[in-house]
Design a protein around this ligand. Sequence first.
Ligand code: SF4
Ligand code: SF4
Length: 228
Amino acid sequence: MGYLEGFAVTFKKWGEGVTTKEYRAGKTDKNGNIDARDQKAPKPERAHGRHVLNKYEDGMEKCIGCELCAGVCPAKCIYVRGAENPPDDPKSPGERFGFVYEINYLRCIHCDLCVEACPTEAITETKLFEFSFTNRSDAIYTKDELLVDDDGKPQNLPWEDWRPGEDENTSGWMRATAPAGRAAYENKVAWSGELGYGVREPEKGQAFEDTVDPEPDTADHDDHGGHH
Ligand code: SF4
Ligand code: SF4
């Protein structure tokens, strides 16, 4: 197509009206009211956004530096280096901890495979996806930026645009009450709950009454290796 034909398409489409919707949040009229059409739709409870690295209630980091998340990531945007825990100042309850942890948000496609792969629910996602960068280093989140704060909530970094509720329900969905996920272990807490969220209530299908355990285990599991 020559450039004249290109201009012809432009002029032909000129008067057809706009079909895309302007991306704007909460534009107000002269009375300060927000037009419902300009309000963002609520995000689904499990929307995938910016990640967090979670901690246990006692402040220990959940990441054990196993690198499974980095291995499974289809965009190859996670960089992890594990290190042995210092015996006198362990960072995680495992032998190792995430010494370096970075996610490159110029590449992440928010597929959540890293979340699925993580054996300790260390990495999960918030619902924040309004974040933009003016330089490459801001786009590569470091461990210090990904770690939750002292309340177990995501840190609000200067270039992020957090909206109410986007930092809710960021914790892992599998309950930290059962080492093997077996309903028979219900209410037998084997490790610390999650900072900011505690021990999650069972979801649909996870409660003991929802499950017929083919091999009920009557052994006492109170010695199941909690880290405190
Ligand atoms: S959400 Fe997907 S693309 Fe993003 S870091 Fe995790 S595995 Fe990689
Ligand atoms: S976030 Fe999870 S999967 Fe990734 S290195 Fe840490 S413990 Fe392993």
